[in-house]
Design a protein around this ligand. Sequence first.
Ligand SMILES: [Fe+2]
Length: 378
Amino acid sequence: MNGSKRTPLRTPQAYPEHALPPGVQKLPRPAALVKAQALAFLMFEKPDLDATAAFLADFGMRQVARDGERLLMRGAGDAPASTWRGVASRSRYGRGLQRGRRGRLARLEAQVVGAPPAGRRGAGGGSGVELVDPAGNLLAGPGQQTLAPLPLRAPLHPHTNSVGLLPRINATVRPPLEPAAIARLGHVVLQTVDFANMAQWYMRHLGLIPTDVQYLEDGTPTLCFFRLDLGAAPADHHSFVLAGGIEDKYEHSAYEVVDLDALGQGHNVLRANGHRHMWGIGRHVLGSQLFDYWYDPDGMEFEHYTDGDVFTADHPTHYVPLELASIWAWGDDVPASMGVRRDLGTLFKVARLLWQGRLSLARLKLLGRAMGRPRPWL
Ligand SMILES: [Fe+2]
């Protein structure tokens, strides 16, 4: 290639809240009613529990219980098990659930402390509180049983040889070829039509802290990575992400594994057993995780990750322009499904939102421009 035509490489910019570029709006922070202490588990409804169970086992979860209607799977940590409930429907995953409360594609459950906010008591009684967010997702907690932790192999990084650093002498690297054992649920990502309202609701009801806010070209916040307020204790860069878009839906959930070798060997196991790969292995920018994304049998996204950022509550919020560039630092290109879709279904959704007045043409154009940009380093 002619050197004079080479595109300058760049990395995404981030601005602390006290030094925002002109025109960038701050995400308002309401007073918190309570502070959630953990993203404990998720609940799903699925048409084929057998296929789901097979995928989750290859994904590295361990089965706690299974009956005709219910599958409980856990990681090695002490968090309560996640639940997959069978639905007697042959229709696709989303539709089966939409018959109930709007948007209940995944139920979030978070352990909360402090005085319970306005909400109804859990069906099981006790101190459980149920909340329903503005999109219809159910949140509940506390009151669920924690589990005795299971053993995990030790991380391999302390034995990594590097320039000037040779901790491994007369020894080899032979990580076991097995599913990437899940340590714990790390985060869940939801798409929302009403980003501003949903962001306010989650900050107010769970005390979430915006770690990184992403904004459109007009300076409007439209995506946020939220962490838990654990005070001086380190919290994951994000336990919860809200992405402004054209529908209310589950995007993905992510599960921590021990190290990069677990991620890689887990990739081999999933691939060998015929599961559908989505994206990876690569490294994210916001959160810095090494990632690998897979589809479950119904096309829902599940992420393995390791080596994520952690911050204490006093770390300042940062603002980052919304573009594909901010999603990943290196690795294969983002799959087309994560960009702008130009199919009939999308057209219908957009037309309906425009007609309902929930989306403006200007915002649609800005969203399209943000997600239509090329690779991060260009
Ligand atoms: Fe993720």
